[in-house]
Design a protein. Structure first.
Length: 103
């Protein structure tokens, strides 16, 4: 059985930030980690073939109310690496087949 891990442990397990150039600003997140995860999950459940189309045509247009701290596509791509480990570690729930048995 998987043990519960605190939010602090997840934050400590995040990959380090990319190296900065001299004079580059340090920006604060405008999206939380859970919002970034939801946008990535939305892409995987949508019918779009590439992430850029989904983000620019769906998220930034139709989901602006749900994600008020929306950032530009290029900024979002730099933030996405922070949730890869979280999404990978999220347990997959069982998919129920037509017979009602988990696959």
């Amino acid at each position: 059985m998987m043990s519960m891990i605190s939010a602090g442990a997840w934050t400590a397990a995040l990959p380090p930030a990319l190296p900065r150039r001299a004079g580059q600003r340090v920006r604060q997140f405008r999206l939380s980690l859970s919002e970034i995860m939801m946008i990535v999950i939305h892409f995987h459940q949508s019918g779009y073939r590439d992430f850029k189309d989904d983000y620019t045509k769906e998220t930034q247009v139709h989901l602006r109310v749900e994600f008020p701290g929306d950032v530009r596509y290029s900024r979002f791509v730099t933030l996405m690496h922070r949730v890869v480990l979280l999404l990978w570690a999220t347990p997959k729930r069982s998919v129920v087949t037509a017979q009602g048995l988990p696959s």
